[in-house]
Design a protein around this ligand. Structure first.
Ligand SMILES: Cc1cc2nc3c(=O)[nH]c(=O)nc-3n(C[C@H](O)[C@H](O)[C@H](O)COP(=O)(O)O)c2cc1C
Length: 349
């Protein structure tokens, strides 16, 4: 199936504007998942062995998740779950709906197996996202919801803006990813600073602590941090008890041709693998076993996923790989893990 995608379907899809294709795929998936026969067929084609993982107090059937940004409005979770993912991270959702940045805002770097995007959290807002998701629940796998800040909200008001979105989405997620690392919202990445991050996360953790079900949180980090900045976030994660996702997209362009330097936005895909793995390795060295860690960035095959798991990630997640390698990438990765005799340390008694 992967072969068919790479040889034929990708060639057709790549003739069209990336965002147009993406929107059509999401719309098609949304319509198709209403038919039980389609969900069953997809699940049958993508069927794979289970690799149980327990982390952050949640049980996953395998460690390979969908990264945030693919299903920003929580519309297609049912059919995406059928592709074999161990979990889905939906969003990023903001409190109020917003259009995002002017188009075009997504670019394929085909020769580099990469994407540059400056979407800017275009989404329908927390209320509509919650309504869509509610209709699809319960799903067979854990659902993470990524939360971000509205572009028209000041940095001073950011903690309240995130908290208000969280309160709406809380009943519908199994975990929450606090997105402080998109390069496409002005000043968002300043939230990696110790005081700002504490002020942001504290109200969300205390809200969760007051609920019947206390759910886990992750902070999604940028790959463009120096060691001191990484250490600050990790120390706070250990002290406050939230997990870490390493990493979001990079603003660096050293791994791609000169031509792309003038394109603003976050770079994802193969060139992100090395920088995000470097952050992952540092986070693991400081916090392995003390907080859950998710590796994200540049997974295109089983070897790429295994590399992050062997570096010490509890879970991994991917986005760009799905665009370049097709919807059966998860199955291919799980087959590779099987051939490699991989087992999650959490499943070994
Ligand atoms: C078009 C596009 C949109 C994205 N939107 C989001 C988003 O809304 N929230 C987020 O946390 N990450 C977003 N990401 C980043 C991905 O979740 C992921 O962390 C990153 O792309 C690295 O993984 P990859 O190399 O497998 O794509 C986006 C990535 C792409 C390519």
């Amino acid at each position: 199936m992967g072969f068919l995608y790479r040889k034929l379907i990708r060639r057709i899809l790549f003739n069209f504007n990336p965002e147009l294709v993406h929107d059509a795929v999401i719309k098609g998936a949304r319509a198709a998942q209403g038919l039980e026969v389609v969900n069953s067929l997809v699940a049958l084609l993508a069927r794979a062995r289970n690799f149980p993982v327990t982390t952050a107090g949640l049980k996953f059937r395998n460690p390979v998740g969908l990264a945030a940004g693919f299903d920003k409005n929580c519309e297609a979770a049912r059919i995406l779950a059928g592709l074999g993912f161990g979990y889905l991270e939906l969003g990023t959702v903001t409190l109020r709906p917003q259009p995002g940045n002017p188009k075009p805002r997504v670019f394929r770097l085909r020769e580099n197996k990469a994407i540059i995007n400056r979407m800017g959290f275009n989404n329908v807002g927390a209320w509509d996202a919650a309504r869509s998701l509610e209709k699809m629940l319960p799903l067979s796998i854990p659902i993470g919801i990524s939360i971000g800040k509205n572009a028209d909200c000041s940095m001073e008001q950011a903690p309240q803006n995130y908290l208000d979105a969280l309160k709406i989405m809380y009943p519908f997620g199994d975990y929450f990813a606090i997105n402080i690392s998109s390069p496409n919202t002005l000043q968002l990445r300043t939230l990696h600073g110790e005081e700002k991050l504490r002020r942001l996360v504290e109200p969300m953790l205390s809200f969760a602590a007051g609920q019947k079900q206390v759910k886990p949180f992750f902070v999604k980090m940028a790959p463009d941090l120096d060691e001191a900045a990484i250490d600050t976030v990790v120390e706070l994660a250990v002290a406050m008890g939230f997990g870490l996702i390493t990493t979001n997209t990079t603003i660096k362009r050293d791994a791609v041709p000169e031509y792309w330097r003038s394109y603003e936005g976050g770079l994802s895909g193969l060139p992100l693998k090395a920088p995000s793995n470097a952050v992952l390795a540092r986070v693991v060295s400081l916090a392995k076993g003390r907080v859950p860690i998710i590796g994200s960035g540049g997974i295109f095959d089983g070897a790429g996923a295994l590399e992050k798991l062997e570096l010490g990630a509890d879970l991994v997640q991917l986005y760009s790989g799905l665009i370049y390698e097709g919807p059966f990438l998860v199955k291919e990765i799980l087959k590779y893990l099987e051939r490699s005799n991989w087992r999650s340390p959490s499943s070994v008694k």
